[in-house]
Design a binder for this molecule. Structure first.
Ligand SMILES: Cc1ncc(COP(=O)(O)O)c(C=O)c1O
Length: 360
């Protein structure tokens, strides 16, 4: 393909080109089956092999131990905002939330329907432009929930929250930085991520959940909302998002081929580093997130003048840089540079920004 442009969309986002090409071929016939990937029964051997490989690669890449279930669900990360509290929070219990952006606020809101909630920290006082240095937990929370990367505000936790009360398990919404760096799954009770940034297309949500928690989840929920349903049926209780799982498998192969999560992390640091070092010395642009909290996935920046921001976005669009408009709650620009975003695109953007600055 020659007509692809630089896509900085926050999600759905750019996917590896080789993955798209392979998918393109397999849309007509998965291997030599004569049936396209979207047309295969989820109970048939060819798709079962795809699902098994997707799970095996996911486990291998992230070092997921056997006492965790790997689930491919639907309903997006947003359904997990509800499923987590519905399964584990009751009116007598408290769940702690680290509120570092709009998505964690949404997760918190859903938890309020199931039980008590406590805000262990918040960066709302500065429009979520930083990751709080410490948390004040409630006495005995059932779980502690945080958002590892704040897609809208361009901030990211460097590491997992520490000193979690012993009563609690850690829950992470990792939608916008899953598999962008190595992860110690054993620190978590449950990790979830919508696929559409680092893993594949929208429509499939990866959930990694400790098996004792699968067992401990509420039994009085509708069947589809219980983790045990999906765990016991290997994500095939109902028709799973077959194409999404297939594409995720291809992305996992791509991650493995390119050196796994350590290599992804090095690449991501390098890419974001190029943008941030330009922004640090720019006389026109500045980042919105505080330095020690900056995201390697979503780089948010402004000129400080809305008209100039809009002029920049328009000029960028005309040169084939798409998706740079920031979220309305931050304004300015946002360059989303997930795993699959090529470093050449980052260099091209930096050069374009330099030229724009020189002509401004
Ligand atoms: C961190 C984070 N959490 C949750 C969501 C919501 O995901 P979904 O649209 O899959 O429900 C998003 C979407 O951008 C996100 O960035």
């Amino acid at each position: 393909m020659t007509n692809r442009i630089w896509n900085f969309s926050a999600g759905p986002a750019v996917l590896p080109e080789c993955v798209l090409k392979e998918a393109q071929e397999n849309l007509l016939s998965l291997g030599n089956t004569g049936i396209g990937i979207c047309e295969h029964s989820h109970r048939g051997k060819p798709f079962m092999a795809v699902a098994a490989e997707a799970e095996a690669l996911c486990r291998e890449i992230a070092g997921i131990p056997d006492n965790y279930s790997v689930l491919f669900l639907q309903g997006g990360a947003s359904l997990q905002f509800s499923m987590v509290p519905m399964n584990y929070l009751t009116p007598e219990k408290t769940a702690d939330y680290l509120v570092t952006g709009m998505w964690s606020e949404k997760a918190l809101k859903e938890a309020k329907s199931s039980g008590k909630t406590h805000i262990a920290c918040s960066s709302k006082d500065a429009n979520f432009n930083y990751i709080p240095a410490s948390c004040q937990y409630s006495e005995a929370p059932v779980y502690v929930h945080y958002t590892s990367n704040n897609t809208i505000f361009g901030t990211q936790f460097r590491e997992e929250p520490t000193n979690i009360p012993s009563s609690a398990f850690l829950v992470c919404d990792a939608s916008s930085d899953i598999f962008s760096r190595p992860i110690d799954v054993t620190k978590y009770g449950l990790i979830y991520a919508g696929a559409q940034k680092n893993l594949g297309p929208s429509g499939v949500t990866l959930v990694i959940v400790r098996k004792d928690l699968v067992e401990a989840g509420s039994k009085s929920l509708p069947t589809m909302l219980q983790y045990r349903t999906h765990s016991e049926n290997e994500s095939m209780y109902n028709t799973p998002p077959t194409f999404g799982i297939y594409l995720m498998m291809l992305v996992f192969r791509w991650i493995k081929k390119h050196g796994g999560l350590a290599a992804m992390a090095a690449r991501n640091e390098d890419k974001a580093g190029r943008l941030y070092s330009f922004l640090e010395q720019s006389s026109l642009f500045r980042t919105t997130a505080q330095k020690d909290s900056r995201s390697l996935m979503n780089v948010t920046f402004v000129t400080g003048n809305e008209d100039k921001d809009n002029a920049f976005i328009k000029a960028a669009e005309a040169k084939g840089f798409s998706g740079l408009k920031g979220h309305r709650s931050v304004g300015g620009m946002r360059a989303s540079i997930y795993n699959a975003f090529p470093s050449e695109g980052v260099d091209a953007l930096v050069q374009f920004m330099k030229d724009f600055e020189a002509s401004a």
